[in-house]
Design a protein around this ligand. Structure first.
Ligand SMILES: [Zn+2]
Length: 151
């Protein structure tokens, strides 16, 4: 069963466990993949699919920041570097994600890194950050975020 099949018959699950906004499921995914959210990051957020690559996990974590899904961010954060509490800045809104480079992190890899640029707005100002994130597989074999280097 592909992620697509799972997504289409599990809108209820997606709504229950992920974003509680039905309209968001039909809109384009915030990660910028060009797909709609229900066919992209939503199945990952709802726990009905797992990221196959580090880049896919990276995208889904960006979308999780957009939707303020603290549980998903915690789940996909390596135990050794995971913060005790994940908080979101009140007046910050994520605007755009651009993947610049992915190194390894494919289905057959155990580690990988993804360099990306994220644009966000805070108050009236727009900012841009570039980070190289490192990922590895946890004990269950799922991709998790380890840490990042800023540029
Ligand atoms: Zn997505």
């Amino acid at each position: 069963m592909s992620i697509l099949d799972k997504a289409s018959d599990s809108s209820a699950v997606l709504l229950k466990k992920g974003v509680d906004d039905e309209a968001a499921l039909q809109r384009s995914c915030p990660c910028g993949s060009g797909k709609c959210y229900s066919e992209c990051c939503a199945p990952l957020h709802a726990g009905v699919a797992v990221a196959q690559t580090a880049e896919q996990l990276m995208r889904s974590r960006y979308s999780a920041y957009v939707f303020k899904l603290a549980d998903y961010l915690a789940q996909t954060w390596a135990e050794k570097t995971r913060p005790v509490e994940i908080s979101f800045e009140e007046n910050l809104s994520w605007q755009k994600l651009t993947i610049l480079q992915a190194h390894k992190g494919r289905a057959k890899d155990k580690k990988g890194s993804v360099t990306f640029c994220a644009e966000f707005q805070q108050g009236l100002e727009r900012f841009r950050m570039t980070e190289k994130s490192r990922f590895e597989r946890d004990k269950q074999g799922c991709w998790v975020y380890v840490d990042g280097e800023f540029y």
